[in-house]
Design a binder for this molecule. Structure first.
Ligand SMILES: Cc1cc2nc3c(=O)[nH]c(=O)nc-3n(C[C@H](O)[C@H](O)[C@H](O)COP(=O)(O)OP(=O)(O)OC[C@H]3O[C@@H](n4cnc5c(N)ncnc54)[C@H](O)[C@@H]3O)c2cc1C
Length: 412
């Protein structure tokens, strides 16, 4: 009989197991994978963007936006930095508060393994759990390594992104089994796709990248209900990348977490400029072709393609002299470039997503301990929970913080 069984030896699970073990509990950590913590290994291009120094609850998406506050404030990026300093891991800040390992994400995996060893955590790996039953004062797990009994059970099996690395919806199934609600899961931090026919003119721009301002709603609109309470529409200033099937790059990954089927996204392709004023000021007597003027702003291929597709009524726009283009048309052109509204047809799915959005409904969990309100002794942590971070180290910070909150509560 263990005090605690943790299923999922990823970021959150190892953290919770280590904290509980170091506080004297007998902990068993179970994972079905052959290799430990694959998601940490591949994260941040192999250097693990392990936190973001500017983390606040506003960097997370959830149907219950205040839920993450308590855990995030009880275990901050500074606390995680103390831990990696203790293990002698060197790191650097890339941009916007994103912290990466200097050497390799393996350093983080080794550190967590050592922390688990310090807590005398028992390992069952690879080990699959086929059934979980709750008995009077314990959880009984049927596994391919025989039965395991524990007084308390932590689900830390993450989200469904990258199923080819063993990601599953196991935690969601267990939540439902015990009567907890689940917020519909969807791929997030994921490239967006478009209807092939409408995208055809842009597919040849594959590889073109530029900084844009992307919004989940047109500028000036109010947040709709169902979004984070009181939150403004999401806005990100990041790079966008054209691909054969659609759009990618940090700007699109960020906005994808807010996008729902049937909605448009809004891209300002010239966020640093007031294009209407610049075009109207440059117009008098200008012999330059409009296409040449716009090619001064963006990669030429993009300028040509935008002019060819933005205004069907004026297919020759690119070759017209600026001085000959009516003011009204320049204004319309500028406003369409500052608010390029696009309706994605979908995403490239979990195979390429960085995270899953949605998950175990936090309204059924205690925000200080991560314990299910209706099932004493059952805990959910990490990405399996309906708390999804932005791109930039926030998802790991949530994994560490929720893992520590749970580990401390188990031992408390
Ligand atoms: C390509 C990529 C890059 C990323 N880069 C970053 C980054 O740089 N910074 C950042 O903050 N976030 C990043 N993320 C997101 C981050 O990896 C996750 O949010 C984080 O790992 C979630 O931690 P977790 O412990 O909840 O789940 P995980 O770390 O995914 O761990 C879950 C564990 O559960 C195990 N498991 C799953 N199902 C079962 C089952 N049925 N039975 C037993 N075990 C099971 C898995 O094998 C795994 O070991 C990235 C994600 C991807 C896919």
């Amino acid at each position: 009989m263990f005090d605690v069984a943790v299923i999922g030896a990823g970021a959150a699970g190892m953290m919770a197991a280590a904290v509980a073990g170091q506080r004297g509990l007998r902990v068993v950590l179970i994972d079905h994978a052959r290799r430990l913590a694959e998601k940490i290994r591949i994260s941040g291009g192999g250097r693990c963007n392990f936190t973001n120094i500017g983390t606040t609850p506003a960097n997370f998406i959830s149907q219950n936006p205040d839920f993450c506050r308590s855990a995030l404030s009880a275990y901050t990026p500074r606390d995680f930095l103390d831990l990696i300093r203790k293990h002698g891991i060197s790191w650097h800040e890339k941009h916007r508060g994103q912290l990466f390992c200097d050497e390799s994400s393996e350093d983080i995996i080794d550190m967590l393994r050592r922390e688990c060893d310090a807590g005398k955590v028992s390992w069952r790996m690879p080990c699959s759990v086929s059934e979980i039953l709750r008995e009077a004062d314990a959880f009984r797990l049927a596994t391919d390594q025989g039965p395991i009994e524990a007084r308390r059970l932590v689900l830390a099996t993450g989200g469904m992104a990258i199923p080819q690395l063993g990601a599953t919806d196991f935690a969601l199934g267990i939540a439902r089994q015990f009567g907890l609600k689940v917020v519909e899961p969807r791929p997030a931090l994921v490239p967006l796709t478009f209807d092939p026919a409408s995208w055809a003119p842009f597919s040849e721009l594959s590889g073109v990248a530029l900084e844009v301002c992307v919004r989940s709603k047109p500028e000036g609109s109010k947040a709709t209900s169902g979004r984070a309470r009181g939150a403004a529409p999401a806005v990100f200033l990041e790079d966008l990348l054209f691909t054969h099937r659609g759009l990618s790059g940090p700007a699109i990954l960020q906005i994808s977490s807010y996008w729902n089927p049937g909605e448009t996204i809004h891209i300002d392709l010239a966020h640093a400029q007031d294009l209407e004023r610049e075009l109207l000021d440059a117009k008098p007597g200008s012999r330059q072709q409009l296409g040449t003027v716009l090619a001064g702003l963006w990669p030429k291929r993009l300028a040509e393609q935008l002019l060819a597709t933005l205004d069907a009524a004026a297919p020759d726009l690119a070759t017209r002299r600026l001085a000959d283009v009516p003011d009204k048309m320049l204004r319309r052109l500028a406003s369409r470039i500052h608010d390029w509204a696009l309706m994605p047809s979908g995403t490239v799915g979990y195979k390429k997503a960085e995270v899953m959005r949605g998950g175990v409904d936090t309204r059924g969990l205690n925000q200080k301990t991560m314990e299910a309100r209706s099932v004493p002794g059952l805990y959910f942590i990490g990405e399996a929970v309906d708390v999804t971070g932005w791109l930039g180290g926030y998802n790991f910070q949530w994994a560490w913080a929720s893992g520590v909150a749970c580990g401390r509560a188990l031992a408390g």
